[in-house]
Design a binder for this molecule. Sequence first.
Ligand SMILES: [Zn+2]
Length: 109
Amino acid sequence: MEICPICEKGKLKPVKEKHVLFGVDLGTYPGEKCSECGELFTDSKYVEKIEKIAKEKGIWGIGQKTKISKSGNSLAVRIPKKLAEYLKLKEGKEAYIHPQDRKLIIELE
Ligand SMILES: [Zn+2]
């Protein structure tokens, strides 16, 4: 059995793994998972397929870096166009905002 190239301790075991991106199910594909660090290795042909499905569902590349800017006494988070379109966000729409550990959650109506 192959040794994990990441931690070099665990052994790679065949698994069927469900791939989820931003809460969207992209399907279940065979891969190999490390028994120590849990790193998942997926064959490149499946990686391509997963990427294709993510693109079809409009979620490919919608997670990205953004800048926080000043807006009066508050701070404003810039939401990229692609992400706004995916979530059907419009100016003036109300949302509930709160922290969760090191994440900022914006709940949409
Ligand atoms: Zn490992």
